[in-house]
Design a protein around this ligand. Structure first.
Ligand SMILES: Nc1nc2c(ncn2[C@@H]2O[C@H](COP(=O)(O)OP(=O)(O)OP(=O)(O)O)[C@@H](O)[C@H]2O)c(=O)[nH]1
Ligand SMILES: [Zn+2]
Ligand SMILES: [Zn+2]
Length: 235
């Protein structure tokens, strides 16, 4: 079974990209399923189910979504094998910009949309930096110049990744993407594998549900903002 990780900011078009692309794989006789990771809620399952794809939804709720991903992906893989899937796509939304749901040895895809602004590639961090493939959506709503600037910014953050433009509504570009997914690494052992990037190291009282503001409530790893000292005027 192939496992492909797809990450990207909320509403950038991940599900649209996945749906259009896996339809091509199914036409070739491959059995494809999707696992969707999100924080609070997700309507994606209905979308994939209606199209006839087996789907699993994982809601991390008040647990860090990145930690939730790492600690559940093996179970999802086992589910995929039980379903007899040839390809399992994992879609992650609601990740913080300090994280990446990508695993060494497995095809890693980052989806970004042209509408999010040219500053986005710098802000999404590891999710983009550690990807093998970058899919840029919503090119239909911006100008050619904006598309070029956006792609340039993507390359500044990740020079190695292949960039593809895809229209999540018409599916234009999804055939090309399906060729790359078809050739994704197959049957790579997941257990014993490694993430491409460490999840954040914050273990503080707020991770355990603390609500109160004030230093006496801030136990564990706490990082303080650096504020320049006021200039002393001796004159
Ligand atoms: N114009 C345009 N709209 C798009 C494109 N791709 C996706 N959309 C729209 O963008 C919205 C969000 O798309 P989704 O595929 O649900 O995005 P997502 O990243 O899966 O969203 P979450 O899973 O909720 O984070 C939908 O209304 C899509 O129809 C595109 O290429 N062009
Ligand atoms: Zn989605
Ligand atoms: Zn995170």
């Amino acid at each position: 079974m192939q496992l492909i990780t797809v990450g990207g900011p909320p509403a950038c078009g991940k599900s649209s990209v996945i749906l259009k692309t896996i339809q091509h794989l199914r036409e070739e006789g491959l059995k494809v399923g999707v696992v969707k990771f999100d924080c609070l809620s997700s309507q994606d399952a209905e979308l994939f189910q209606e199209a006839g794809f087996p789907v699993l939804t994982g809601i991390s709720s008040n647990y860090c979504p990145d930690h939730y991903f790492v600690t559940n992906i093996e179970d999802c893989e086992q589910w995929g094998r039980r379903e007899g899937l040839d390809v399992l796509i994992s879609e992650s939304a609601g990740l913080c910009n300090r994280c990446a749901p990508h695993i060494k040895g497995f095809l890693a895809v980052c989806v970004l949309d042209n509408l999010s602004g040219v500053g986005t590639p710098r802000k999404v961090g590891p999710m983009l930096k550690t990807a093998d493939l970058v899919v840029i959506t919503k090119g239909d709503i911006v100008s050619q110049a904006e598309r070029e600037v956006f792609a340039y910014r993507v390359r500044q953050v990740n020079a190695k990744a292949r960039i593809l433009f895809l229209n999540g509504i018409t599916g234009q570009g999804s055939w090309e993407l399906s060729r790359l997914w078809r050739d994704a690494p197959d049957d790579v052992p997941l257990t014993g594998g490694r993430m491409r990037f460490s999840v954040p190291t914050a273990v503080c009282s707020y991770c355990f549900g603390e609500l109160r503001i004030g230093e006496e409530h801030q136990q564990g790893t706490v990082r303080k903002i650096r504020i320049p000292e006021p200039e002393t005027n001796a004159g």
